[in-house]
Design a protein around this ligand. Structure first.
Ligand SMILES: [Zn+2]
Ligand SMILES: [Zn+2]
Length: 375
């Protein structure tokens, strides 16, 4: 033991009557400043880091601290039975984990959780294709979701009940192992048992040691009217089971709505194209259109132009989880006959002779009409 050792309070820069919180804060600050990961190759920093760790390990221990207060460094050396050793290092992971992340500095593997922490199960995605009609009306559908279910025989432990588990021989049941790395002692999750402290001697007969069984689970999904392509329905707690009594994840049913051959959806409105002939456009007409609400009689006004649209209020897509519906728009396509019978030709020729001819290029604005038409 070196007689020129600095005073522990001085090292941490705290008063002799500091409380635990102050000690911890002071140590944390120094540990972060001089941590070898932040000062690679800096021997001075390494020494300071070690010094601070030693000071904190003594002062954070009530017994050692009072011995140190009375007898100085000698008091701790005898009380600790042979002075300071690596095993007495404070558990840095608790103090520094929020800065470095446990897995980064202490190696244990980022994904590996410490032994008994409850973990929420994973969310599961289920893609479901439905017809356009179903999306308009809503439906209730049974789906089969493959997922893990905790094994009832071993309750998820993966070992035979009673004597299937034994204490891990590597960590002796602690779940973590202390490594000496140069002067540093760090704790790592035991790789043998994955931090559980126990290993399987006899795997569970039911699940072959997996702890879970793959099951097809039948679920009823209620799809409300008005869902769209990509709508996600969340079924709470129907995902994978959690670990260590954690809650299950959720199941997300992601809908793919098939396209409709006639109706196109824009937000809550529906659109369709309806051809009419030039006479119907000019004279007006009454036409029947099959909608999702049955046959609708629609009045085409006299003098309708190509691209005009008619609105059928409230015949569009139902609002999901709300009342009301969008509208149905009928886009009028005036079809000019490409081939004429002798009689039709005669009538068109008569029309030609009586209709006014206006063949001047029209003013700009035609593109606005086109835009309107495509909406
Ligand atoms: Zn089992
Ligand atoms: Zn172990």
């Amino acid at each position: 033991m070196n007689v020129t050792k600095r005073d522990y309070y001085e090292i941490l820069g705290v008063a002799r009557d500091s409380d635990d919180q102050t000690l911890k804060g002071a140590y944390r600050k120094l540990a972060l400043q001089f941590h070898p990961d932040r000062n690679p190759g800096d021997h001075g920093a390494e020494e300071k880091f070690k010094e601070a760790a030693e000071a904190y390990s003594v002062l954070s221990d009530t017994q050692k601290r009072s011995a140190y207060d009375r007898f100085g460094h000698q008091g701790v050396a005898s009380a600790a039975g042979g002075g300071f050793d690596g095993a007495g290092f404070p558990d840095l992971s608790d103090i520094l984990s929020d800065v470095f992340g446990f897995g980064d500095v202490f190696g244990g593997g980022g994904s590996r959780q410490r032994r008994t922490r409850a973990q929420r199960g994973e969310d599961v995605r289920y893609d479901l294709e439905i017809t356009f009609e179903d999306s308009m009306r809503g439906l209730s559908v049974d789906i089969q979701v493959p997922r893990h279910e905790q094994c009832g025989r071993c309750h998820g432990k993966g070992a035979e009940p009673d004597d299937g588990l034994v204490t891990c021989p590597i960590c002796r049941g602690r779940g973590e192992v202390i490594y000496q790395q140069a002067f540093l002692s760090v704790r790592r999750t035991c790789s043998q048992c994955g931090g559980r402290g126990q290993i399987i001697r006899r795997p569970c007969k039911e699940c072959k040691g997996e702890g879970y069984l793959r099951r097809e689970r039948k679920l009823k999904v209620n799809i409300p009217a008005g869902v769209d392509n990509g709508t996600q329905l969340r079924l709470s707690q129907e995902g994978q089971p959690g670990a260590n009594s954690g809650p299950p994840g959720d199941l997300y049913v992601v809908l793919r709505v098939a396209e409709h051959p006639i109706f196109e959806r824009h937000e809550s409105d529906l659109h369709c194209n309806v051809p009419i002939n030039p006479a119907q456009a000019a004279l007006g007409a009454t036409i029947d259109i099959l909608t999702f609400d049955g046959l609708q009689t629609v009045k085409v006004p006299e003098g309708s132009q190509p691209g005009d649209r008619l609105r059928l209020k409230g015949l569009g897509v139902p609002h999901v989880n709300a009342s009301g519906r969008g509208d149905l728009y009928i886009h009028l396509h005036v079809r000019i006959p490409a081939k004429l019978s002798r009689e039709q030709r005669k009538l068109f020729e008569q029309l030609r002779d009586v209709l006014p001819t206006e063949n001047e290029p029209s003013e700009k604005g035609i593109f606005d009409k086109v835009k309107d038409y495509f909406l």
